[in-house]
Design a protein around this ligand. Structure first.
Ligand SMILES: [Zn+2]
Length: 237
């Protein structure tokens, strides 16, 4: 279990190093077996996350972290005062999972194939959630092959059942990434690395869309090339 918790912490630290999330934003989760999740904690420095800080949670939303006690709960509440980000030294943060956990739970309940989820607010892809312009994955082969077509979910307040419903409903079929209006992005995968890769490729696709719009008239992959990439990626089209 420690190795898997380290992988979740490493994924979050890598998101921060790559400029894909802020110190306080974003969250990562991994499904273990059928009904146990490992989730990053809330109000914690996302650039210095350790395995000991990762929360264990049931698919029912119950906190199953061994060190989850009433004493540490109250300590965490103290740490979570506005402006008070916890550090790896504040082990009490182990017991408080991410505020955006309802989103993760709802997706795992509906998509048995999903084993990992990465959610963040990367600047360029997030900018596309705040304008009436499409993030174009049909410009570069890698974008379309890795992502397919991203879904779009309507805005709802962070941490609410309404947001969980909106995003989970958008992830139909084999859809692997969602643009969350006026918020950020979320990707899923069969492994942590796959979910991370998809988020990074999505941010790249957003940058490429922006650059192409400045360079001139876009020349998209044609329907035959897109169908070829669908087959390459194992999608039915
Ligand atoms: Zn968010």
């Amino acid at each position: 279990m420690l190795e898997q918790k380290q992988a979740v912490a490493d994924c979050m630290n890598r998101l921060y190093r790559q400029g894909l999330t802020t110190t306080s934003g974003g969250n990562v989760s991994l499904r273990i077996g059928d009904d146990l999740l490992l989730v990053t904690p809330s109000a914690t420095d996302k650039g210095r996350m350790t395995a000991e800080q990762i929360v264990e949670m049931g698919l029912d939303g119950a906190n199953r972290t061994p060190q989850h006690t009433s004493r540490s709960q109250s300590l965490t509440e103290g740490i979570q005062r506005p402006g008070g980000l916890a550090t790896p030294d504040d082990l009490a943060t182990c017991i408080r999972f991410s505020g955006e956990t309802p989103l993760h739970l709802e997706i795992y309940r509906r998509r048995p194939d999903v084993r990992a989820i990465v959610h963040a607010h990367p600047p360029v892809a997030s900018a596309f959630t705040a304008v009436d312009r499409q993030l174009n994955v049909r410009l570069i082969a890698e974008s379309y092959a890795i992502l397919g077509e991203p879904a779009v979910a309507p805005y709802a307040l962070t941490g609410t059942a309404e947001l969980a419903e909106a995003v989970a409903s958008a992830l139909v079929g084999s859809t692997c990434c969602v643009l969350m209006k006026n918020h950020g992005v979320l990707t899923v995968g069969s492994t942590l690395l796959e979910a991370f890769d998809r988020l990074e490729v999505l941010e790249n696709a957003a940058k490429i869309t922006l650059l192409v719009s400045q360079l001139g008239t876009a020349v998209e992959l044609n329907p035959q090339q897109l169908a070829e990439l669908d087959r390459w990626a194992g999608r039915t089209g």
